[in-house]
Design a protein around this ligand. Structure first.
Ligand code: OKS
Ligand code: MG
Ligand code: ZN
Length: 343
């Protein structure tokens, strides 16, 4: 399987993440992508290609113009105000308040975000654009006949809504790619999110549609980020009713339990008969992940990949979370090798 990778991911080098009342060094750091790339090469998964540039048109198929404009200028606008640190949202339109876009950068940061852990920094825009290009380049490989491709995206994307950043995400690479499959003629596309966290952005973008099915397995949002979406009674709306599925698990969940959810998800996908599959691939389900509470082992990722491969669908993997950097390369490449072993 081919991997698409851009060194421009390195433009995303935030130094702050608000956590526990202090600013820590972000979990979502450049070494994550570099470690995965090394493992891909060492295991000879396949060629590593640079992205092509797609511009903003495919991004604007799922994100709003005003949000994209905000992201492009937010760092400039922040520094122009003479702010000393990284751009951290700290105010939101709460219940009963107006949902209008303020002029001031503090107001706009809050309007276009849903959480405060993710700082906007110099280079964030460039890295987010490169990450979308990585996804779209890998998507084009699959649309062009490759059975599968790995988009080594960084920053990740699955938390980003049409007009909200948060959870380390800016552009929703999985959603942009799913929409690209549709725009290129796929009748139905499934997005399966195996990251530890709920893919709230992806769910939200396609919630009222039946042409893109979204399924996410994740830690119970009653207990963990993103807290306000991802419950099992969210099944889609209007024409989208029945085309969103959330599979929620408690702390300590081992692969033996998680894999039943994967089986449920795979059977739903089989019944849907999509023309293409996007896997939002996070490995923060790992037993030693520093911010998560599932108990998957490195060997489990081979089995996960095998089950995904048995779907026998044209498959795009987009990289999402995973923060045990010592294990991230092994775990990601295990999914991809397990996948290939089943084809
Ligand atoms: C807040 C924790 C923020 C978690 C962000 C989740 C990032 C992720 N202290 N999403 O898949 O991995
Ligand atoms: Mg998930
Ligand atoms: Zn995650």
């Amino acid at each position: 399987m081919k991997t698409v990778f851009s060194p421009l991911h390195n433009r995303r080098t935030a130094t702050t993440e608000l956590d526990g009342g202090i600013l820590i060094a972000p979990h979502e750091k450049p070494s994550r992508a570099e470690t995965i790339l090394s493992r891909v090469k060492q295991q000879q998964l396949g060629d590593v290609l640079p992205p092509q540039e797609f511009g903003l048109a495919p991004v604007l198929r799922v994100h709003t113009q005003d949000y994209v404009d905000f992201l492009r200028t937010s760092w400039e606008d922040w520094t122009a105000e003479g702010k000393p640190g990284e751009a951290i949202p700290a105010v939101w339109p709460g219940r009963g308040m107006r949902h209008r876009v303020p002029k001031d950068i503090d107001g706009r940061l809050g309007y276009y975000s849903f959480a405060a852990e993710t700082s906007i920094t110099e280079g964030t825009w460039e890295a987010a654009c490169a990450s979308a290009d990585v996804a779209l380049t890998a998507q084009a490989l699959v649309a062009g006949g490759e059975p599968a491709a790995f988009a080594l995206c960084r920053p990740p994307g699955h938390h980003a809504h049409a007009d909200l950043f948060g959870g380390y995400c800016f552009f929703n690479n999985a959603a942009i790619s799913a929409q690209a499959f549709r725009d290129q003629g796929a009748r139905r596309v499934a997005v399966l999110d195996v990251d530890f966290h709920h893919g709230n952005g992806t769910q939200s973008i396609f919630y009222q549609r039946d042409d893109v099915m979204t399924i996410s397995l994740h830690g119970d949002p009653d207990l963990v980020f993103p807290h306000f979406l991802g419950f099992e009674d969210e099944t889609g709306e209007g024409p989208g009713e029945g085309f969103n599925m959330n599979l929620v698990y408690p702390p300590g969940t081992p692969f033996g339990v998680w894999r039943d959810g994967l089986e449920t998800a795979c059977r739903r996908i089989e019944a849907y008969q999509p023309d293409a599959l996007v896997i939002a691939l996070g490995v923060d389900t790992f037993e030693h992940d520093p911010i998560s509470f599932f108990k998957l082992t490195s060997a489990d990722y081979l089995l996960m990949g095998e089950r995904l491969g048995k779907l026998k669908l044209p498959t795009l993997f987009t990289m999402e979370g995973g923060y045990d950097v010592d294990a991230i390369g092994v775990n990601v490449v295990n999914v991809l090798r397990g996948f290939e072993s089943a084809r």
